[in-house]
Design a protein around this ligand. Structure first.
Ligand SMILES: *Cc1c(COP(=O)(O)O)cnc(C)c1O
Length: 435
């Protein structure tokens, strides 16, 4: 059977097994065990370069892509981002510390989040984080106090909500006025936050930030956000003489998960934003600010594949068929949370006819622990290998030890071989903090 595979780094070998970046999934499962999180490192690096080079070449000086590391966070991923010339976003002391321990240049770290404690802020400042993205007035005062205590001037961006609905999943839309993130332009709160920030001694307001949502395929919402943010900056220049050095439009660029999802030419879309930035700054007589983007998903999602071993196959006549695997919501909670679509292959028998309609279920004691419903596979047998594609983003980073299930290993597929980046948790790891 001739498969139209979802991505060009996937293929089927002579034995009928799925291969990823030329690596045989049978051999990988044998060597590293399952469930197993695989990442095609070259694919991640290539995507990083598309962002880094386009921003460097076609945007004002200082423009940069920041990897939103909540998508997938472990030491080696920060090494990759550093080597490819990206900055990073962190949203917690844990992510910040991981970047720090990976040797990431701290001046290229942006610290996000809607509720940073005084301790978080002090921790970030003591690690010389480049920029703190300030969410609200309370936090602004706290940053000023902590910077004063440390005897420094802290660079900050102000997080604003331009009021854009990018027509995506409601739970991951954050650009609207009623969002828990940031200060709304429309209500005057953004201006109030800016004025307050400009009056403080220990912070430098480098610019403004917005993030309008996630899994956005059409780049029009980004251009709309750009328009609203520049209109705001133009008004602030006129009213308060404020000029921003940096404009951060956030992340949210989409990735195809299933056949039929549009594929995205990231570079071409970025060029559209570059053109808009240039034209609109000219129209407003603004010096073009450095443009920052925060891709998370679009750097890592489609480089990831999770391998599972099939346990039982249960047929309930007249109802449905279940195929149970050795992972589930503990390593990928996204179907349970959002009914997220995934492409599923029976990796061990890619050439067999996919005519068995089934629900792929995890091993957790939770009826909602499903990885996907209504999937067509060759009828699986116990011991078959199953692959879920596009699991690079928001899988490992959302994984838990629910049911005391150890997190899987993360293995990088590179030109020099398959290398473990995060070892599989052991049963002893699970009781490490139990007294
Ligand atoms: C989540 C998030 C991102 C990354 O979003 P993706 O959809 O993964 O690209 C970027 N910036 C902020 C502020 C975020 O919260």
């Amino acid at each position: 059977m001739n498969h139209e595979l979802l991505y060009p780094d996937l293929a089927v070998n002579d034995a009928g097994w799925l291969t990823i970046a030329g690596f045989d999934t049978a051999a990988l499962a044998q060597e590293f065990g399952t469930p197993l999180m695989l990442l095609n490192e070259e694919k991640i690096r290539a995507r990083c370069r598309v962002y880094a080079q386009t921003l460097q070449t076609h945007f004002p000086p200082g423009s940069m892509a920041l990897y939103a590391s909540k998508a997938l966070s472990f030491k080696h991923i920060y090494e990759i981002a550093a080597q490819e010339g990206l900055g990073v976003d962190v949203v917690s002391p844990g992510e910040l510390y991981t970047a720090y321990r990976a040797g990431f240049p701290m001046e290229r770290v942006y610290f996000h989040g809607n509720n940073k404690s005084d301790e978080d802020i002090a921790f970030a400042i003591s690690h010389r984080v480049g920029c703190i993205v300030c969410d609200n007035l309370d936090e602004l005062s706290a940053i000023d106090v902590q910077a004063g205590t440390a005897g420094i001037t802290q660079d900050i961006l102000l997080r604003l909500t331009p009021g854009i609905d990018p027509h995506t999943h409601a739970k991951i839309s954050t650009g609207q006025i009623d969002s828990k993130f940031g200060a709304a332009i429309e209500t005057g709160q953004a201006e109030a936050l800016l004025c307050k920030a400009l009056s403080l001694k220990n912070v430098k307001v480098c610019g403004v930030h917005c993030h309008i949502g996630s899994q956005i395929f059409d780049f029009t919402p980004f251009c709309d956000a750009l328009t609203l943010m520049l209109r705001f900056l133009s008004a602030m220049k006129e009213k308060h003489g404020y000029e921003a050095e940096r404009l951060n439009l956030g992340g949210g660029m989409g990735v195809p998960y299933v056949a039929g999802d549009p594929s995205i030419d990231y570079a071409a879309n970025l060029l559209t934003i570059a053109k808009q930035l240039d034209e609109q700054c000219r129209a407003h007589a603004l010096t073009p600010p450095a443009l920052l983007l925060e891709p998370g998903r679009s750097l890592v999602a489609d480089a990831g594949v999770t391998l599972y071993t099939v346990g039982g196959v249960k047929k309930i006549p007249g109802f449905k068929n279940y195929v149970s695997v050795d992972g589930g919501m503990s390593d990928n909670p996204r179907y349970t949370l959002y009914q997220s679509e995934y492409t599923v292959y029976l990796a061990s028998r890619m050439n067999d006819v996919a005519n068995f309609r089934c629900t792929v279920a995890g091993r957790c004691c939770e009826s909602g622990d499903l990885l996907q419903e209504d999937v067509l596979l060759p009828e699986p047998r116990r011991g078959d290998l199953l692959a879920v594609l596009t699991t690079g983003a928001y899988n490992y980073s959302m994984a838990s030890n629910y049911n005391r299930i150890p997190r899987p290993a993360v293995v990088m597929l590179t030109g020099e071989g398959a290398k473990t980046a995060v070892r599989r948790e052991s049963l002893d790891d699970l009781i490490l903090n139990d007294l």
